[in-house]
Design a protein around this ligand. Sequence first.
Ligand SMILES: [Zn+2]
Length: 100
Amino acid sequence: MFTIEKTEIAKAIQNAKALHPTVRMIRFGEYTVTGAQGGTYTVRCWRDREGKNVDCTCPTRDGIACKHGLAAVDLHIAVARMRPEPKETTRPSAATLGRV
Ligand SMILES: [Zn+2]
């Protein structure tokens, strides 16, 4: 497991790009990542006070970003952006509504 905000992820991002992984969403926050060698790992993404946490079933040690995790985070963030999040949604202003 690693936390995005506390982990050096630049190298893992490069590795993830080289891997060309197949990422499938099981449900929001849970993904399977299949690498070039055919290994499939399950990645979970969640958020808490520490930041965005990523847990992968591959043997990478805790505190080190793995490419599967980063590949899944990419999809996770894209999906999260499409989901309505009441806390982060800004209400349309009166001015915007007036123009409809
Ligand atoms: Zn991994």
